[in-house]
Design a protein around this ligand. Structure first.
Ligand code: WQD
Length: 344
C-alpha cells in the first residue's frame, strides 16, 4: 500500500519538482494549492513526467474548513510537505499583513489538523533568509537567527518558532525544517520549471528572459560589495536536488529515524557564486551572450551567504551535486520550452 503524502503549494516551482520525486519514490501524492502563484496544468505536466496523476484540490490553506475536508476526503495521509506561502521579499514590504496572514494562518491550520487526522510529520519549507547576513561563512544550522530584513523573512522565522512551540506543547507530530538557499533550474524534461507572475524578482528567471529577448537587459544590483568581484554571493542549488532532499527527509520522519522531534537542515550546495560569476557560467554553459549592466544595490539584499551542508549530507545521506553548468542549461532549456509552447 503506497504511503499518502499531502503537498501544499504542489503546483508551484519547488512543490511540483518535489511531487515528481515523491512519485518516483513510490509515494501517493495529494496536492493542495490555491493557484495564486501557479497554474493547474502543472498537474498535467507532472503526470506527463511520471505517468502518475497526483490528486489535486484547489484549496487555500488559510481556509480551515476546506483543509479539514481535504483530510477527510483523503484518509491516511502520513506526512505533509508545506510549501504554500507568499514568497516575494519586495512585495512583503509593501503588503506585510497579507504576508503575515497567509504565511502564518496556513501553517497554524495545518498544525491543528495534523493530530486530528493522525498525520505523523511535517516538512516545513524554510529559508536561509532566517540567517540574515551571517557573521561566519559558510553558515551552519547553529548560526544565530538575526532580525529579519523583510516581513517575508520574518514569517519564516515565526513559522519555525510556531512549529517548535507546537511540538514542545505535546502535539503528537514530528517536524523537519529545511532551510533552502537559492533554488534554480528546471526539470530535465523542461515540462516543469520556474514561472513567476509578471516581472521576475529572482535572478535566474530574469536572466533567462533577458537571454531569450523578453527583457532588454539584466541589471546587476551592485558591484561595490565586499566580495572578490564586488557582486553579491549566493548558494544556487538545483531545484531537483532540493526536491530529492524532501524525499529523504520524509523517509526520515516516516521511518522514525529522527534524533529530535524537530530537526533543522541547511539545503544548499556549500558553493558560493557571485552574480557576475553566474552570468559568465550561463554564457559558457549555453553559448548565449547576455546583455547586462551594473546598477545600484537593491534594498534589503545581503552581501553574501552560502551553506555548510555537511549536517544534511551526513545525517540525511543527501548531497546537492549537480554542476552549476548543467543547472543553468536546464533553466535555459525551460525558457526555450516556454517560447516553443507559446507560454512566454
Ligand atoms: C539573488 C542575487 C540580487 C535579480 C530571495 C529570498 C529567498 C528565496 C529566493 C523564495 C541577489 C541579484 C537579482 C536581478 C540581480 N525566496 N539580482 N538582478 O534575494 O538571494 O533570495 O529569493 O524562495 O528566500 O530571500 O534571490 O534571485 O532575488 O537574488 O542582480 O534582476 O541576484 O541582488 O544578489 P535572493 P534573488
Amino acid at each position: 500500500m503506497k504511503q499518502r503524502i499531502l503537498v501544499t503549494g504542489g503546483t508551484g516551482f519547488i512543490g511540483s519538482h518535489t511531487v515528481v520525486e515523491l512519485q518516483n519514490s513510490g509515494y501517493e501524492v495529494v496536492i493542495v494549492d490555491n493557484l495564486s502563484n501557479s497554474k493547474a496544468d502543472a498537474v498535467d505536466h507532472i503526470e506527463q513526467i511520471t505517468g502518475i496523476r497526483p490528486a489535486f484540490e484547489e484549496v487555500d490553506c488559510c481556509d480551515y474548513a476546506a483543509m479539514d475536508a481535504v483530510f477527510a476526503k483523503y484518509p491516511g495521509i502520513q506526512g505533509i510537505i508545506h510549501f504554500a506561502a507568499s514568497k516575494a521579499v519586495g512585495e512583503s514590504v509593501q503588503k506585510p499583513l497579507m504576508y503575515y496572514r497567509n504565511n502564518l494562518v496556513s501553517l497554524i491550520n495545518i498544525l491543528e489538523l495534523m493530530p486530528k487526522h493522525g498525520v505523523k510529520g511535517i516538512i516545513f519549507s524554510s529559508s536561509c533568509t532566517v540567517y540574515g547576513q551571517p557573521d561566519i561563512l559558510p553558515v551552519t544550522e547553529q548560526a544565530p537567527i538575526k532580525k529579519a530584513e523583510s516581513p517575508y523573512g520574518n514569517t519564516k522565522q515565526i513559522n519555525e518558532e510556531i512549529v517548535r512551540d507546537t511540538v514542545a506543547s505535546g502535539s503528537p507530530i514530528q517536524a523537519i525544517l529545511l532551510r533552502y538557499f537559492n533554488p534554480i533550474g528546471a526539470h530535465p524534461t523542461a515540462l516543469i520549471g520556474e514561472l513567476p507572475n509578471g516581472v521576475p524578482q529572482n535572478l535566474i528567471p530574469f536572466l533567462t528572459q533577458t537571454a531569450i529577448g523578453i527583457r532588454e537587459k539584466l541589471s546587476v544590483f551592485g558591484d561595490d560589495y565586499n566580495t572578490p568581484d564586488g557582486s553579491c554571493i549566493r548558494d544556487y542549488i538545483y531545484v531537483v536536488d532540493l526536491a530529492k532532499a524532501h524525499v529523504v527527509a520524509m523517509e526520515r520522519i516516516l521511518q522514525d529515524k529522527q534524533k529530535e522531534k524537530v530537526e533543522v537542515f541547511n539545503i544548499g550546495t556549500g558553493r558560493g557564486l557571485s552574480v557576475l560569476e553566474l552570468i559568465h557560467a550561463f554564457e559558457s554553459a549555453t553559448g548565449v551572450k547576455l546583455n547586462y549592466q551594473i546598477t545600484g544595490r537593491r534594498a534589503g539584499d545581503i552581501e553574501q551567504v552560502w551553506a555548510d551542508p555537511s549536517f544534511a549530507n551526513n545525517e540525511l545521506g543527501w548531497k546537492a551535486d549537480t554542476p552549476i553548468e548543467d543547472t543553468l542549461r536546464s533553466a535555459w532549456k525551460w525558457q526555450l520550452h516556454l517560447r516553443e509552447t507559446g507560454v512566454q
